[in-house]
Ligand binder design. Structure first.
Ligand code: TEU
Ligand code: CA
Length: 599
């Protein structure tokens, strides 16, 4: 008798001691996982990207700014977004619209003051939202103090903040003088060589992007310390994390060998994943992120799905998640769009579900400031199907596995812009390509412009369409830095906020559905009909919760028999009125989207 009592007493004691000074014990207990995932705020977040130059102008100069964003925080809160990603807001000469930073601790004068920033951040927090800012530290502006110093002389203390190399002797120039060729054949992403000769010291410096965006030398520990210090500056202000620009490119092979013909076919891959990339990301995490409750998402140009767990694996202590480019550019061939093939797109999500386990979190996005508009590229922006297909795409983005990233204006179904001539464009990538490809006669101008109407980044950078007043209510001024899409009278926020059938209202519903059901966050994902050429059908299952998402990616009616004797139960979301439920056969109209509870 006694022994059992003692035994149970013993258990009690251990339990008790465990709980009493439980703080440590229980805090030591990892939070209960959900379907194997450690629940965190940034996994459950719906992120809304703001491109500040195009969001809202508050002072009539035709350029969006921070007080303009602050004036629209209620709009974002009512939409239901939980995190705002702000594209660069720092002091910049805008060679690449802010992705060329001159001073990391100063707000761009066109966007406002630090006080404006602090007021915006406070407004975001008051509305229980969070803010992540853009960290652009693969390169700086050539007007940044560090580079101005660096280029001034070979023995300047900042010389080694960047990559300087001697050129190769080239054939004599027209004046008979020897010319210098770049150190190697590295191309820039924005056309031409990635090397620029600087007459002051007669050496070349590296710039993977524009000439005014020299790459930082992360092998120099002073550079890394400067970066960690500026990150702390913003986190200490209360910022909740970073979107990190082309972060896989930060470690270079300092001997800069020529690229092979194969590597020249995909320079993103050639420049990414250098010898110290993981070491530097781990050092950054130890020195900065580990000390704050923050979210980090890396823009992972050149990183494959297979390499992704090495960056986002929670035991790697590098980044929380990355943007892979496989889906957003699945139908892209350089400046041209390839025919849309749904099974190819669907296969990407199945590969992600199989390639990223519960310790490697994913992102879900199909649009941002570097790609054309969502509905025009993945949907159908003709008048008959624009709203329906825009809603279908929001359904997809908000029911797939990973943190959802929405881009400003897609909640309204904004479309690509009818560019007519090169003068309509602002983007340096376009202007450089025009010089490199059209003025050299490689591509006829008409073809070039026609291609860019479907692929240019400027399609997503036209000003936000707030109402039907002049300039779409983006500004009270007479002009804008980039033209407003002429369809703003039909497509604008004011017309949609109070319209229950609008793309805005539907997006709000879909966001609410995601927030209400963790199955859409942590649930298992399964494509139940991968080969179907027009229907994207997948389930999200978490414990008792089991949802079926059906998306008709064609304008044709589809009488759809759900594979695998699954029965659709109650309808929880749909972009068209329907009375169909508790059945195995559904009549899906063109671009119809439905989310059912599975029986
Ligand atoms: O983008 C990197 C990137 O992937 C794109 O530049 C892409 O290579 C290009 O559009 C080719 O089509 C990041 C920023 O998001 C982008 O806005 C900047 O221009 C770039 O880095 C340089 O900072
Ligand atoms: Ca302004």
């Amino acid at each position: 008798m006694i022994p059992r009592l003692i035994a149970s007493a013993l258990v009690l004691v251990t339990f008790f001691t465990a709980t009493t000074n439980g703080q440590t014990a229980s805090s030591a207990q990892p939070a209960a996982t959900v379907n194997g995932y450690e629940p965190t705020w940034w996994k459950e977040a719906v992120v809304y990207q703001i491109y500040p130059r195009s969001f809202k102008d508050s002072n009539g100069d035709g350029i969006g700014d921070i007080p303009g964003i602050t004036s629209k925080l209620d709009y974002l809160q009512q939409l239901g977004v939980s995190v705002i990603w702000l594209s660069p807001h720092y002091d910049s000469p805008n060679a690449d619209n802010g992705y060329d930073i001159r001073d990391y601790r100063k707000v761009m004068s066109e966007f406002g003051t630090m006080a404006d920033f602090d007021k915006m951040l406070a407004g975001i927090k008051q509305r229980h939202m969070r803010l992540i800012v853009d960290l652009v530290v693969n390169h700086t502006s050539d007007e940044h103090r560090w580079f101005v110093e660096s280029r001034s002389s070979k023995d300047n203390p900042y010389r080694d903040f960047y990559f300087w190399r001697d050129g190769k002797p080239g054939s004599p120039g027209p004046d008979g003088k020897p010319t210098l060729l770049p150190p190697n054949n590295d191309p820039s992403f924005f056309s031409g060589s990635a090397w620029q000769l600087d007459p002051k010291t007669n050496q070349f410096y590296l710039h993977y992007f524009a000439v005014k965006q020299p790459d930082l030398n992360w092998d120099n520990p002073k550079v890394r310390e400067e970066v960690y210090s500026l990150m702390r500056f913003w986190l200490d202000k209360g910022v909740d994390g970073f979107r990190m620009d082309v972060i896989p490119l930060i470690s270079k092979n300092p001997s800069f060998p020529d690229l092979t013909p194969d590597q020249l076919k995909n320079i993103g891959k050639a420049y990414a994943n250098g010898p110290h990339m993981h070491e530097y990301l781990q050092e950054m995490n130890r020195n900065v992120m580990a000390k704050y409750d923050v979210m980090t998402v890396g823009e992972a140009l050149g990183i494959s799905l297979e390499q992704t767990p090495l960056i986002v694996g929670d035991s790697r202590h590098e980044l929380n998640m990355i943007f892979n480019f496989d889906a957003v550019r699945f139908n892209r061939d350089g400046l041209k769009l390839k025919p849309f093939d749904l099974p190819t797109l669907k296969a990407i999500y199945t590969r992600h579900a199989e390639g990223l386990d519960t310790h490697s979190w994913d992102t879900v996005f199909l649009a941002n400031h570097d790609n054309p508009r969502l509905v025009s590229t993945f949907g159908d922006d003709t008048p008959q199907f624009r709203m329906r297909s825009a809603k279908l795409l929001q359904t997809m983005l908000l029911t797939l596995r990973g943190t959802t990233f929405l881009y400003q204006g897609d909640e309204l179904g904004m479309t690509n812009y009818p560019f007519k001539s090169i003068s309509d464009f602002n983007d340096i990538e376009v202007k450089n390509a025009y010089k490199a490809k059209v003025l050299t006669g490689q591509i006829p101008e008409a073809t070039f412009i026609a291609d860019l109407r479907t692929t240019s980044r400027d399609n997503s950078r036209t000003p936000m369409q707030w109402d039907a007043s002049p300039q779409g209510g983006f500004t009270t001024g007479p002009k804008t830095w980039l033209a407003v899409n002429p369809n703003y009278k039909e497509i604008n926020a004011a017309a949609q906020i109070s319209d229950p059938d609008s793309v805005y209202s539907y997006t709000k519903q879909a966001i609410a559905l995601r927030h209400a059901h963790r199955a859409f966050v942590y649930g298992d994902y399964k494509d139940i009909d991968p080969a179907n050429p027009s229907i994207f059908a997948y389930t999200r299952k978490l414990g008792p919760e089991n949802f079926l998402v059906l998306l008709n990616f064609s304008e044709a009616e589809n009488v759809y028999k759900i594979p695998g004797s699954l029965d659709a139960g109650a309808l929880v979301l749909g972009n068209l009125p329907t009375s169909e439920h508790d059945t195995n056969t559904l009549h899906l109209s063109g671009w119809e989207a439905r989310v059912y509870k599975l029986k």
